[in-house]
Design a protein around this ligand. Structure first.
Ligand SMILES: Nc1nc2c([nH]c(=O)n2[C@H]2C[C@H](O)[C@@H](COP(=O)(O)OP(=O)(O)OP(=O)(O)O)O2)c(=O)[nH]1
Length: 153
């Protein structure tokens, strides 16, 4: 991990040294994939949208495909960016893309110890990281209608 210096409080979009964390809103029918972090200690047990840090030279979509392959063992196709950008901690922002599962069944291979597919009415059943809640709310707005009729209310 690199030690980062903090500068004056300017909007994060304009900070060239901001670390971008790219996460996926992965949908399966009317459900969204949630992942429970296993590390670091201060985040362990809390739920997030899976993803990770953008590496130099990578596009966000490339980073998302790489991260979900490493963390979940799946191949995904990135879709649209969910508008918005959410601060995670000083110098880090979260950006979210929708994603479609192309191959594989997600497994918690790295960084997570449990995965859950949540229908709209189950979204509040896990303890999301506070900083993820607005992103999850946006992702929920894009949940496809559940073909099984499971999403009531
Ligand atoms: N992936 C992800 N990280 C998040 C979310 N919310 C949140 O606060 N974080 C934090 C956790 C980490 O401090 C940082 C992302 O790091 P990471 O550990 O997932 O990324 P990475 O795979 O590239 O990291 P590394 O293990 O290679 O260092 O952002 C989220 O929704 N998704």
């Amino acid at each position: 991990m690199t030690e980062r210096t903090t500068g004056p409080a300017v909007p994060h979009e304009s900070r060239p040294d901001t670390v971008v964390v790219v996460a996926g809103a992965l949908y399966d029918g009317g459900r969204l994939l949630a992942a429970r972090r296993s590390a670091p200690a201060e985040l362990a047990g809390r739920w997030e949208l899976p993803g990770g840090k953008l590496e130099p030279g990578e596009s966000p979509e490339e980073a998302l495909v790489r991260e979900l392959r490493e963390e979940l063992g799946v191949e995904v196709e990135p879709g649209e960016r969910i508008p918005g950008e959410w601060p995670l901690k000083p110098g880090y922002v979260l950006r979210v893309w929708t994603a479609r599962l192309l191959a594989g069944e997600p497994r918690p291979l790295e960084d997570h110890d449990e995965l859950r597919w949540l229908s709209r009415r189950e979204l509040d059943s896990v303890d999301w990281l506070d900083q993820d809640r607005p992103a999850v709310a946006e992702a929920a707005l894009r949940l496809p209608a559940d073909p099984s009729g499971g999403a009531r209310g």
